[in-house]
Design a protein around this ligand. Structure first.
Ligand code: ADP
Ligand code: MG
Length: 249
């Protein structure tokens, strides 16, 4: 069954009178991969904070899977199926990718039981599938501290997927990655988009071109325009507020 996974209506977020989000409207279908771009300070991170419940709207409504999230805690919203990937990877550097994924797959586990209790056959298979998805089977048994920055990013994406989110929020996943890692990250997100709804915030235009279907441009806390990559790239308003600014960033 398809429908809207996310509906944001007339949302404003004020910080001491300054509107980081200003009467923003946005919605997205179940199963969509949406890229959000916009200049620094446009409100992109605040936009994600509103979806996860970290920040509550001053005005307006956020509905996730049809449910108004206003009264729900960040934790509750995460449990409803919102997974967020932050810019810096949050993996256990002293554990292997396999152990990190075992830990993430089973919320009742802790580091101790992961290390000392063997996983069930089902768990093992699930972790192996995740390792394949993120392309780290060959590095499954080395400490995560020896992974490259890109590999750590993929591991963290794997750890989020282990929690079976319906909506995955990814903030600047390719910052600091090599070109090859960037391309692989794009392939990973596109393959995950076959079974998840995903919002990606990104600055890297080559990467956006690689993965984008529909792009939303934020500016001064509102949606400036939406469309496919070409439409957005050629929109004079976008060129003015965003692309024209690239060199200064
Ligand atoms: P982006 O991620 O697009 O760069 P942000 O969402 O981080 O933008 O910020 C949007 C605007 O809101 C910025 O001008 C920022 O300084 C301001 N802002 C963000 N968070 C806060 C806060 N907690 N208090 C005051 N101002 C904030
Ligand atoms: Mg930001």
């Amino acid at each position: 069954m398809k429908g809207k996974i996310l509906e944001i209506e007339n949302v404003t977020v004020s910080f001491d009178g300054f509107k980081a989000i200003n009467n923003l409207n946005f919605d997205m279908e179940q199963g969509e991969l949406r890229v959000i771009i916009g200049p620094n300070g446009a409100g992109k991170t605040t936009f994600l904070d509103v979806i996860t419940g970290k920040v509550k709207p001053t005005q307006g409504q956020v509905r996730f899977k049809g449910r108004n999230t206003r009264s729900l805690s960040e934790h509750k919203i995460a449990r409803m199926g919102v997974g967020r990937k932050f810019q810096t990877p949050r993996v256990y550097l002293n554990l292997t990718p396999r152990e990190n994924l075992e830990l993430a797959s089973n919320p009742n586990k802790n580091v101790f039981s992961t290390l000392f209790q063997p996983p069930s056959v089902v768990e093992k298979q699930r972790v192996l599938d995740l390792l394949k998805t993120i392309g780290l089977v060959h590095k499954a048994e080395m400490k995560a501290e020896f992974l490259s920055h890109g590999e750590k990013q993929w591991l963290e994406i794997g750890m989020l997927i282990a929690q079976s989110p319906d909506l995955l929020l990814v903030d600047e996943p390719v910052a600091g990655l090599t070109d090859e890692e960037t391309e692989k990250t794009g392939e990973l997100l596109m393959s995950l988009a076959e079974s998840h709804s995903i919002i990606v915030i990104e600055h890297d235009m080559e990467f956006v071109r690689q993965i984008a279907r529909k792009v939303t441009v934020l500016h001064q806390g509102s949606v400036l325009c939406e469309g496919d990559f070409e439409e957005v790239q050629n929109d004079p308003r976008v060129i003015e507020v965003y692309l024209g600014q690239q060199d200064e960033e």
